[in-house]
Write a protein that binds this ligand. Sequence first.
Ligand code: ZN
Length: 429
Amino acid sequence: MKKILCGIDFSGIQSFLYNISGEKAARFLRARSEYLDVLLDKAAQELREACGGEMLYKGGGRAYILTEGGKEKTACISDVERDLNNRLLCDYRGELYCAVGTAETSDEELQADSNRAFHEVSRAISEKKMARYSAEQILELNKAPIEADRRECKECRRTDRLNPNGYCAVCAEIMQSSGGSGVDFQSYANHAQGIRRLAVVRADADNLGQAFSECGGLAESKALSSALREFFKEEVPRICGKFPHTAVIYSGGDDLFLVGAWNEALDCIRRIREAFGKKRGGSLTLSAGIGMFPPKFPVKQMALQTADLEEAAKEHPDKNAIALFDRRFVFGWVEYEEQVLREKYEPIAAFFDKAPEQGKAYVYRILDLLRGMEERVNIARLAYTLARTERMPKELMNQIFEWAQDAKERRHLECALTLYIYRRRERED
Ligand SMILES: [Zn+2]
């Protein structure tokens, strides 16, 4: 039987979410992300009501629907798409755009191999995104009279008609939908161990395109997408719920965005990664970027810098990696767990936790020396510093000295010491 595979894709999401700078920006970040989710839901719902069909997959700003084939359906889909974008253009001044891509297919083709159809939909969506709004639509927008009472919204800085509190209609709705409560970045940072910092975590599944293309028929693709949905929509919030000062800002499709007290968020993503690794016979992996920020840091910069770290993790051979705080600290997950934490962090923490107060100063000194390790003279200074560190066991001393002389081990060691300093940092810092 003839079918049409139809993909709905929202663009402008990143900017809508993070391009905010008001004082409530952080507090309502999750509500903002939920708002977008609802918008995508409504668009998919509208298309299904008008044209029928079943929803195959939704998440990450995209939804796939399978409808019956035929010219009539194609026309119906185009109508819905045009209406949707007219409204988006009007409500969000062109910031959000919804591309709908379609591919003609059949039950027989989908059962045997669904790749061609999905690729065609993706290609159609990309083409639409390049063209975006038609000249006609833009003209229509510009014809609308410019109200004299437009001012800049306190939250999103977009120029619009504002309510008496100084918020645009979109921000006002988002704030109301969250019932006034939100994510409290300051309180999370206050509850962090050691240094009062937030960690922002962005992660997504590795090589998913390949996983889907290896699926063959539609039934298998559906099973994969429902496993992903179950994981990101249910398991991630469940794991995160065990960490009281960490919140899921977004989790769906194949990616997630968390914010929390830095040590909690870090433990949380380790648990998530472990759980994800157990799905589907251990065939799935994810890569994460973790940024560390003071709670008042601009949300947009948190999002961008952490996205950059996530990208660094994705560049790691075989992916399945973590980029921690800095592009220099990119490790495979197993490497991080085994060589950074178990092998180095643990014995270092065990020793320095019991070391006399002045002993802590040596952690900083060792780290400083490691950072300038290219100069040979530092090796001698490191040996001297280690020897002067009161009561340091000979074994640990020798190990640190050895690690310091190998580029890879040295990076592990630097990361372990950095983690230790963050954990032990006095509250006043
Ligand atoms: Zn606003």
